[in-house]
Design a protein around this ligand. Structure first.
Ligand SMILES: Nc1ncnc2c1ncn2[C@@H]1O[C@H](COP(=O)(O)OP(=O)(O)O)[C@@H](O)[C@H]1O
Ligand SMILES: Cc1ncsc1CCOP(=O)(O)O
Ligand SMILES: [Mg+2]
Length: 267
């Protein structure tokens, strides 16, 4: 697939005008961060994980984002119910396997969830994608110890097994669906020094799949927007605290020209 900057811009405009409701079951570390990023791109976020209400909430949402960052039994119950309901109602599911590879609990729960209800998109760093594919990959907690290219075979395997689009993030972002791949080289190394940037990428994919039914394209568009916004923010002030704030401001005022002139597609 070739990425078209005009189509990325079309999706951003669609998000800004439709303001899709994105249901997030996510971790305590990033709830605030990813809610703000979704608002900044133009979507309407809600962080809802109680088993008593997730099914109703999925029914009124345009996409479901599930992130296992601070997993516990209660979260798992909510995730299972929400993912089943999304599947039943044909709503897109985006899954972030935070820290898979670090503990057997994470490995087991992630595999259970995605086997029962295959997500539309799975986004993780290289360690997470390799571990999710069943490889004996090392990880440093929630951070990868491999470059994103190391997880390509694992991503192809997962994409075929679950018929999902798989995104490996890193210095280069790879977006894979079955035998198709596109990669983008935007972004800045400082992004890995701010917690929740990966989770933010996953949440933004939620906004894009809510307006673009081609989930492969939507995921690629979201990763391009992440990278472009990250590099603009880092150019303003190359420090982690400022990056977090400038990233939100950049997302909010991103223009078609920003995308046209900065998009770096590497395949
Ligand atoms: N070295 C880098 N250069 C450019 N962009 C990066 C770099 N590392 C991470 N990013 C970007 O930061 C975001 C988070 O990716 P990553 O750090 O891989 O996720 P996670 O936080 O889940 O480990 C992605 O948009 C990715 O493209
Ligand atoms: C630090 C941390 N610990 C549990 S979840 C989490 C956030 C991870 O976010 P990201 O993978 O986006 O850096
Ligand atoms: Mg992560």
């Amino acid at each position: 697939m070739q990425l078209n900057p005009h189509q990325i811009w079309r999706d951003i405009q669609a998000i800004r005008s439709a303001q899709p409701l994105i249901h997030n079951i996510t971790n305590f570390v990033v709830m605030n961060t990813t809610a703000n990023a979704l608002l900044a791109i133009g979507a309407s976020p809600a962080m809802v994980h109680a088993t008593e209400e997730v099914e109703e909430f999925v029914s009124i949402s345009q996409a479901l984002v599930v992130n296992i960052g601070t997993l516990d039994t209660n979260f798992v119950g909510g995730m299972e119910l929400a993912m089943k309901q999304a599947h039943k109602l044909n709503k897109p599911i985006v899954f972030d396997p935070v820290g898979v590879g670090a503990t057997s609990y994470r490995n087991k729960i992630s595999t259970q969830l995605i086997q029962a209800t295959p997500p539309s998109v799975i986004r993780g760093n290289a360690s997470e994608i390799m571990a999710l594919a069943g490889l004996d990959a090392q990880t440093k907690g929630v951070d990868s110890i491999y470059g994103s290219e190391s997880a390509l075979n694992a991503a192809y395997f997962l994409s075929k097994k679950y018929n999902s689009t798989v995104v490996i993030s890193g210095a280069t972002d790879f977006i894979i669906h079955q035998d198709n791949m596109v990669s983008t080289a935007n972004g800045h190394p400082l992004m890995s020094k701010v917690t929740g940037m990966g989770c933010t990428a996953t949440a933004l994919i939620g906004a894009f799949v809510a307006v673009n039914p081609n989930y492969f394209e939507a995921a690629a568009h979201a990763m391009a927007v992440m990278g472009i916004s990250g590099e603009i923010a880092a150019e303003k002030n190359p420090y982690p605290g400022s990056l977090q704030v400038n990233f939100l401001d950049t997302l909010h005022k991103l223009t078609g020209d920003d995308i046209l002139y900065r998009l770096q597609v590497t395949s």
